[in-house]
Design a protein around this ligand. Structure first.
Ligand SMILES: C[S@@+](CC[C@H](N)C(=O)[O-])C[C@H]1O[C@@H](n2cnc3c(N)ncnc32)[C@H](O)[C@@H]1O
Length: 239
């Protein structure tokens, strides 16, 4: 893949260490400032952009009713997006987040369902005795902690638990909202042991995971010193 290999031939994602990533996040405060790396003011604009993106996909409140039956937030941190957006539009939101101190305040909150304190690479929905299906799986600012292979496999697991209409067509949608590298290659960050991918790298991984992009948009209104942020809505290619 052009750009995903460094000049010395090493793939940036090969440097990712789950232990180093967990150690970094364990030392971060459980608040919006901690989640957003010192840019807490970005949260409002971010949630507004996400709400508008979802509305264009037909997901929101219809005549006052929540149109999403069950959602999942991957890499949810303290639940900034769950509480600031997803519970407004979903009857129940399940959560995957490896750092338990981030999710402790979410337990028992209205609209919050199952909390899985594992990494996305470890999360197995089918381990549950009662099967679940999701109308929406939201993943934001956390996928850089997965290698390309782990991300592809995680997306496949997500696709397997998307809800279907009565006619068997996929109803559920996966959303990825992530920083974009514009440096012509994916960038490894040793501070939190994550990779910032290029748009091309995401598209290749989506394709390999059997997904197609049904909608994509750049987030507007962020400070210019931040990376560009792109949202993708994904469904299985065969749906
Ligand atoms: C920048 S914060 C973003 C949190 C939330 N998505 C938001 O936008 O407010 C990154 C989150 O990813 C979590 N994380 C780190 N490694 C992860 C992994 N392997 N799987 C899932 N989440 C992970 C961190 O614990 C942290 O909560």
């Amino acid at each position: 893949m052009p750009g995903s290999i460094q000049q010395d031939g090493t793939a940036p994602d090969s440097f990712i260490s789950a232990d180093d990533g967990r150690r970094y996040w364990a030392g971060i405060d459980a608040d919006v400032n901690g989640m957003l790396g010192g840019f807490p003011s970005v949260s409002r604009v971010d949630l507004r952009g996400s709400r508008s993106f979802l509305a264009k996909l037909g997901l929101g409140r219809v005549r006052g009713e929540k149109s999403v039956r069950r959602a999942l937030e991957g890499g949810a941190g303290i639940g900034r997006i769950t509480q600031g957006l997803l519970v407004e539009i979903a009857e129940v939101v399940d959560i995957v987040e490896p750092i338990a101190k981030f999710t402790s305040a979410l337990e028992g909150q209205e609209g919050v369902g199952r909390i899985y304190n594992v990494g996305l690479e470890e999360w197995r929905p089918s381990d549950e005795s009662s099967p679940v299906e999701y109308d929406l799986i939201w993943n934001q600012w956390c996928l850089g902690h997965l290698t390309d292979r782990q991300l592809e496999e995680y997306l496949r697991r997500c696709a397997d638990v998307l809800s279907e209409d009565e006619d068997g067509k996929t109803r559920g949608v996966i959303v990825v909202k992530e920083n974009m590298s514009t440096m012509g290659q994916d960038l490894f960050d040793e501070e939190d042991s994550s990779v910032t991918r290029m748009d091309e790298s995401f598209r290749k991984i989506f394709d390999e995971a059997g997904l197609r992009i049904v909608k994509t948009e750049l987030q507007h209104g962020f400070p210019s010193e931040l990376y560009p942020v792109r949202m993708y809505a994904l469904k299985p290619k065969d749906s």
